[in-house]
Design a protein around this ligand. Structure first.
Ligand code: SF4
Length: 351
């Protein structure tokens, strides 16, 4: 839907509204940008003027840091962006850790289509180890357990009120054996979607052990055996691509195709989405890639930055498209991890 007349169309913008977060997750892919103090943000009027110029825009997402960490930010920056999106009829997603009091989320929930959380923990001990693993190791287990419970009760309460809560698990060596269990916990919380992604080996996660492709495939097969098929599973940045010459990859793709309630999402980064940093106005391909800014909303249009990426040398080997497979090519980080050196322009979907 976002590739027309042979070209990608910019339909989605993500805004990084804060670099602050109360947590310090071991695997955080934006890790080093997390800060205690923040500079001023670009004026909302400028942001809205630039968004107005994107006539093809359909969705807007808000990310951080933790967008709900500061009440002033929530009321004076996040809420007006959501109101703008509502006025324009855009669909919205807010990425949040749901660790604060429920009313914080109730205040924005009517304007949000999807509240999106991370869920990688089989219990409070797991949460304590992972959630404070990078600089807040002093958080006591009892305090951590309260926060763990609050995420669960907040998610359940919001879901019970009809809010679409989505939870994402990353696949790495630690979570791989537990993905089915995580899926059932997510269902119990009332979430309506379980996103499953590879761990991005960026920033703080860069030194965590990654799975090789065969291990990843085994993890997905086990997950498919154990998951609750009533809950929508969304695979994002899936490393198994329709052009793979490996029969085991093709068998997995076929299994995924036949299974109920599963979608495989194409990678949006730079294909139909860009990220805007609300402090600098810089426009990026994603919020954590190491590609320098493509433009800045103080000086240029969002669409111009998107256009720069379409002909960028770093994108060229991955800028492929196989309409029969509805595939628009791999995610950059995942391609570097699982398909080093491959120029996907030389490949074609099998079958
Ligand atoms: S679009 Fe690219 S990644 Fe997808 S099947 Fe075709 S060649 Fe492979």
């Amino acid at each position: 839907m976002t590739r027309r007349s042979g070209l990608h169309v910019l339909t989605s913008v993500e805004v990084t509204v804060t670099n602050r977060c109360n947590m310090r997750c071991r695997h955080c892919a934006v890790g080093e940008t997390l800060a205690l103090k923040e500079p001023d943000r670009v004026p909302l009027s400028l942001l809205f003027d630039r968004l107005d110029e994107v006539s093809t825009l359909q969705t807007l997402s808000i990310t951080g840091g933790e967008p709900s960490e500061n009440l002033t930010t929530l009321a004076e920056y996040v809420l007006p962006i959501l109101q703008y999106a509502r006025r324009r009829g855009l669909r919205t997603q807010v990425n949040t850790n749901l660790t604060f009091e429920l009313d914080r989320y109730r205040g924005i929930a009517p304007l949000v289509d999807v509240l999106h959380i991370s869920w990688n923990y089989t219990g409070p001990a797991d949460f304590h180890r992972i959630a404070w693993g990078h600089g807040r190791e002093h958080v006591l287990p009892a305090a951590s357990a309260k926060i763990y419970e609050r995420i669960r009760t907040n998610a359940a309460a919001l879901a019970a009120e009809g809010i679409f809560v989505s939870a994402e698990s990353m696949v790495n060596a630690e979570t791989a054996p537990h993905l089915g269990r995580l899926n059932r916990m997510i269902r119990e919380m009332g979430c309506r979607r379980h996103e499953v992604h590879p761990m991005y080996p960026a920033d703080w996660a860069a030194d965590l052990p990654i799975l090789d492709k065969a291990e990843f495939r085994r993890a997905v097969n086990r997950f498919l055996d154990e998951r609750d098929p009533e809950l929508w599973t969304l695979f994002g940045t899936f490393p198994f691509l329709p052009c793979s010459a490996d029969p085991a990859d093709q068998a997995l793709l076929e299994r995924v195709r036949r299974a109920p309630n599963i979608s495989v999402r194409n990678c949006p980064d730079g294909r139909n989405r860009v990220n805007i940093n609300a402090f600098t106005g810089d426009i990026f391909v994603t919020d954590f890639a190491e590609i320098p800014a493509l433009g800045n909303i103080w000086t240029g249009q969002i669409g111009s930055a998107f256009d720069i990426w379409q002909t960028h040398a770093a994108f060229a080997p991955y800028n492929c498209y196989c309409p029969a497979a509805h595939c628009t090519g791999p995610n950059l980080l995942v391609a570097h991890m699982y398909h080093p050196g491959v120029d996907f322009r030389d490949r074609k979907a099998v079958g």
